[in-house]
Unconditional design. Structure first.
Ligand code: FES
Length: 758
């Protein structure tokens, strides 16, 4: 086999070096940018660092076997092996490293205790434990959060979840560390024997506890559930399997959460603005957890074995090759995450992170970990908002995969503890979200900087960040949600397209028409658009994205629909794309932004005014295969355009919708159907009274969502087989006909079954 030429960086790659241990994604930045798949002679592995390649590897668990996921990276010597054997150590395959066809039946048999409904029962236990631990040090002014809380609470939670009695905690802690070093690390020869004893003891302890549980398997723990399942499916859930899962479960549920939380707190305290935001607005916590898992999760990399010759990222990899897939690097891939190194707790697609893996082997305990992390952050931001990092050097247990600081020293002034002034500060305030966060929950404080009338009943409102920081970038077609009137809990919000200058990083501008039959949104905006007023917004989000590769653009606006169209026209002009703007209104006085548009677009702007008896004749537009039409306006206008588009090339017309009536679910007229999830190996039943999105979430499958009305496109899933019943307003005619994508929040099946790439 020839692997030449090997670049200098590939030759030098060493995951046990301080560089990798301190910051794995930074350490392999060169690879992500220049050589995303390379052979590491020092490790004897192929190393993969880009998001798409890694996701494709997770997706195909037949070609890329997980069988080496727990294999020791440094084989132990004969002496240590003899020690392990003396304990009867026989750690078998577990859910993490088992191949098909054995893996999926076991996963299916054992997954019910991980569903969001089942996990909700554990929330009070996690909350009480966390509080008790914070009580122990809150008056001290200084703590090592790893030693004093983050290790023991997840361990106790893991024990509760598994159904293990709370004892031998210190011993377990030692065993658990030893297990990590044994599997992922490079113990020195003289350490190996000591580690082997600890691992052997861990193995025996797990066996003893399991025997105790067998005497009475009626308890609520996952192990007792497994013992009961064994009676039903003895050849699927075997004795040795339960023993291995018991030990692996303790490590998986406990150590990864402890590390992930230590990483998250370190990251947040290193970004005091983000920490302050969470202190002020706990509704940001679920998404912040996701961004912490993305930016600095507790899993740096996983391993896979190529079972046949295969090409990854254009590089041929022979059968039998071992792969180190650096998920922490995938989480910093610019192609997947805009401004990927930037830590942004409001990042919309943070939950695309691969820290939990993906597909059939995705971490089953992900939602337990998310719940714990949310509770830790809620308790600490509420009770110790003035906490800061102490000066320290961070150290990590050397290994390729599990990652978290061994100590995390923090300090604060106990005299300033909020609960000394108000006892109520000890009460929980954040609602824990079990499952993937919704971008609906993430809001931002802004201040009204100016309000300018810009047409009859239209106010142009300029918003700046409440803390004078830059605002996230936006692209033409984006909108923000203005939260109207409820103080930030998102009860009522309205969407308004951005119409200012995308290069202005400090301000957003919207133009809002006071509707006569307003649902309250525009009336609220007009009443509260006062200079200096504090508002909350969500976004920006873009469901109406401009294709900047278009040769020609026809941009059509009716009334206040000019707001996204004006931003698109500005962009088309800047890019030098051939474009025209068609703008209709009732009277000239009612047409917002008209002077600006005229000044900027001159002859390219055509206006149609009802009371001047000029109207746009859509049928007369000549739309060829190189032209894209973007339109926003009243539904009457959009219906007429849709009718005219029957004569245009497929997919030429792109429409911005703010409302849909198609997505309402009426169980009396629906039929149930099944979905097979190819990547996860599951088949689920979608009842007539449930959306596909709800069914997926209940089965612990992560799918993003935003509007949940078929408007935004964020819940799109790929369809491999079956006939889709489209109910969204996002996909174009051609996209619907191709039958390859659907919106999980509203669309259903015409056929009895769909096969999805999930
Ligand atoms: Fe918006 Fe489904 S969540 S289309």
């Amino acid at each position: 086999m020839t692997r030449c030429p090997i670049s200098h960086q590939a030759a030098e790659f060493d995951p046990f070096s301080d560089g990798y241990q301190q910051d794995p994604p930074e350490y392999v930045r060169w690879s992500r940018e220049q050589e995303p798949v390379f052979w590491s002679p020092k490790l004897g592995y192929w190393v993969v660092t880009r998001y798409d390649d890694i996701k494709a590897i997770f997706r195909d668990n037949l070609t890329f076997s997980p069988s080496i996921a727990l294999e020791k990276i440094t084989p132990t010597g004969p002496e240590a092996n003899a020690v392990l054997a003396s304990y009867g150590f026989a750690l078998n395959r577990t859910l993490v490293n088992e191949d098909e066809p054995a893996h999926m039946p076991r996963r299916r048999a054992l997954m019910d205790p991980f569903t969001p409904e089942a996990l909700a029962h554990h929330e009070p236990m996690v909350r009480n434990l966390t509080r008790d631990y914070v009580d122990r040090f809150i008056d001290d002014g200084r703590a090592d959060l790893v030693d004093q809380m983050l290790w023991e609470v997840p361990l106790t939670v893991a024990l509760h979840f598994l159904g293990v009695p709370e004892e031998d905690m210190d011993t377990l802690r030692r065993y658990s560390i030893a297990h990590t070093v044994n599997t992922w690390g490079r113990p020195r020869p003289e350490q190996q024997v000591e580690v082997a004893h600890a691992v052997g003891n861990f193995w025996q302890y797990a066996g003893k506890v399991l025997d105790k549980m067998r005497e009475d398997p009626s308890g609520p723990g996952w192990m007792q559930y497994g013992i009961r399942k064994q009676k039903e499916l003895p050849e699927v859930v075997t004795d040795s399997y339960l023993h291995s899962m018991m030990m692996a479960g303790i490590v998986a549920a406990h150590e990864t959460t402890a590390n992930a939380t230590a990483n998250a707190l370190k990251l947040l305290l290193q970004h005091p603005d983000a920490w302050r935001d969470l202190c002020d607005d706990p509704s940001l916590i679920p998404n912040a957890v996701e961004e912490c898992l993305r930016h600095n999760g507790s899993i740096a990399a996983w391993r896979r074995l190529a079972t046949k010759d295969v090409t990854i990222g254009g590089i041929d990899i022979p059968a039998g090759s071992k792969l180190l897939i650096v998920t922490s690097s995938a989480n910093h891939d610019q192609h997947q995450f805009a401004d990927a190194d930037f830590f942004d707790i409001r990042r919309e697609n943070a939950s695309d992170q691969l820290t939990f893996g993906y597909g059939a082997h995705q971490c089953m305990g992900k939602n337990l970990a998310r719940m714990e992390m949310q509770i830790f952050l809620d308790e600490l931001t509420r009770r110790l908002p003035h906490m800061r990092l102490s000066a320290q050097k961070f150290t990590y247990v050397p290994n390729t995969s599990f990652r978290g600081p061994e100590h995390l020293w923090v300090e604060w002034n106990p005299a300033m503890n909020p609960e000394r002034a108000h006892a109520s500060a000890r009460e929980a305030r954040a609602v824990v979200r079990i499952g993937e966060p919704s971008s609906h929950a993430v809001s931002r404080a802004v201040i009204v900087e100016s309000v300018t009338p810009c047409a009859e009943r239209v106010a142009r409102v300029k918003l700046v960040s409440a803390d004078a920081r830059t605002l996230p970038r936006w692209t033409p077609g984006s909108h923000i949600d203005v939260i109207c009137g409820d103080g930030g809990n998102g009860v009522a919000s309205r969407q308004y397209s951005l119409c200012g200058d995308p290069d202005d990083r400090y301000a957003y501008e919207i133009a809002v028409l006071l509707e006569t039959e307003s649902r309250g949104g525009s009336a609220w905006v007009h009443a509260h658009a006062r200079v200096g007023a504090h508002w909350r917004i969500r976004g920006p989000r873009n469901h109406f994205r401009l294709d900047e590769t278009a040769r020609k653009l026809v941009l059509i606006a009716g009334g206040i629909g000019i707001t996204p169209i004006s931003a698109m026209a500005r962009r088309a002009r800047a890019l030098g794309i051939d474009y025209e703007v068609h703008y209709s209104g009732r009277t000239r006085g009612s047409m917002a932004l008209l002077d600006d548009l005229r000044a900027l677009h001159g002859e390219r702007l055509r206006t149609y005014v009802s009371d001047e008896s000029t109207r746009n004749d859509f049928a007369a537009l000549s739309i060829d295969a190189d032209t894209l039409v973007y339109a926003c306006g009243p539904s009457r206008m959009l219906d007429a355009l849709t009718a005219a588009s029957a004569y245009w090339p497929d997919d030429a017309l792109k429409i911005e919708h703010f409302e849909s009536t198609l997505a309402t679910l009426d169980p009396s007229t629906e039929h149930a159907f099944d979905v097979e999830l190819r990547d996860s190996g599951l088949t689920l039943h979608v009842p007539a009274d449930q959306t596909l999105l709800t069914t997926l979430r209940r089965a612990n499958v992560d799918v993003q969502s935003d509007c949940e009305e078929g408007l935004c496109g964020s819940c799109e899933v790929r369809v491999l087989e079956g006939e889709i019943d489209h109910r969204d307003v996002v996909l174009t005619k051609g996209e619907r006909q191709s039958n390859q994508r659907m919106m999980a929040c509203c669309s259903r099946a015409h056929s009895k079954k769909l096969i999805l790439a999930l």
